[in-house]
Design a protein around this ligand. Structure first.
Ligand code: GUN
Length: 293
């Protein structure tokens, strides 16, 4: 079994990006700039946004965070998005989700200029990705494609089963794996909560991508010998073996599945570290006007 080391791969990509930024600086160009809108004081969102700012700093990007109180109106938020859309200094914009209930998430996302939508959530980017046009691809599926490519996993003609059909992971993942490009060219099956005979389907997968959001849902009996297993799940569970009193586990029973898999992503240290790096890659593309010209 080979571990697909997201920590190592993401560190290598960060170095590549830092090198690109240095070249841009040397040529007197503006460095990429990522802006984030953060509403309220949700600790998880705070952490995400802080980690994004730290990652920007590490590779030499500029970053800024626009903070709003929980009771911000939708109109105020849309105005802020407009302001950033029109600010030529800023290349990429993310609106940290979830937003408070009184705000229509889709309305805000659809207000972001598609050429600055480095989260790849705007329907224009989703649509472009679907028909194979250049687009920003959302962080998790983008990160998984990088992991597959950099680990030289052969996906062509393989049976790929995607567990989960969310808009930001399962759905785009299935489209990317089926596209006529490599990684891709796989025969894709999408499974979800209503799928019957799930284990029968997953055990035929050469590549199994698990984004079902249930701790250690995938067990060894559901996995084909020699399969490539990508675990998107991340769950905090109590543990008496760690100082912090908790540990992180995925959607896959790593101990038993790793005995059968040819390649597997660990949790933590697999898909997770790739997501911020994907956002950095998209922001670099935005600064270089690679998608929309
Ligand atoms: N909240 C959790 N993950 C994400 C993400 O990738 N992007 C945004 N904007 N919000 C999130």
């Amino acid at each position: 079994m080979k571990l697909i080391d997201g920590k190592q791969i993401s560190a290598a990509i960060k170095e590549e990006i830092a090198g690109e930024v240095q070249k841009m600086k040397d040529q007197g160009e503006k460095v990429p700039h990522l802006a984030a809108i953060l509403v309220g004081e949700d600790p998880a969102s705070e952490t995400y946004v802080n980690n994004k700012a730290k990652a920007c700093k590490k590779v030499g990007f500029d970053s800024s965070t626009y903070r709003f109180p929980t009771d911000v109106t939708e109109e105020e938020l849309l105005e802020a998005v407009d302001f950033i859309n029109n600010d030529h200094e800023i290349d990429g914009l993310i609106v940290q989700l979830p937003l408070p209930d009184h705000i229509d998430n889709q309305k805000v996302i659809q207000h972001i200029a598609p050429e600055k939508d480095v989260d790849g959530f705007h329907p224009v980017n989703v649509g472009r990705m679907t028909i194979g046009l250049p687009s920003y691809v959302s962080a998790t599926p983008h990160g998984i494609m990088e992991l597959l490519m950099r680990s030289r996993i052969d996906t062509r003609g393989k049976n790929c089963v995607v567990l989960g059909r969310s808009n930001i992971v399962g759905k785009p993942m299935s489209l990317l794996m089926a596209r006529n490009e490599e990684p891709g060219n796989a025969t894709v099956t999408v499974c979800h909560s209503k799928t019957q005979n799930l284990a029968e389907i997953t055990s035929k997968a050469d590549i199994l991508i698990v984004a079902i959001g249930r701790p250690e849902f995938v067990t060894a009996d559901m996995v084909k010998e020699g399969a490539v297993v990508i675990d998107v799940g991340i769950h905090r569970v109590p543990s008496d073996k760690t100082k912090s009193g908790f540990r992180l586990i995925g959607d896959v029973r790593f101990d038993e599945v790793s005995e059968k898999a040819s390649h597997i992503t660990p949790v933590p240290g697999g898909v997770g570290p790739m997501t911020i790096v994907s956002l950095l890659m998209n922001t670099l593309k935005a600064a270089k006007r690679e998608i929309y010209g």
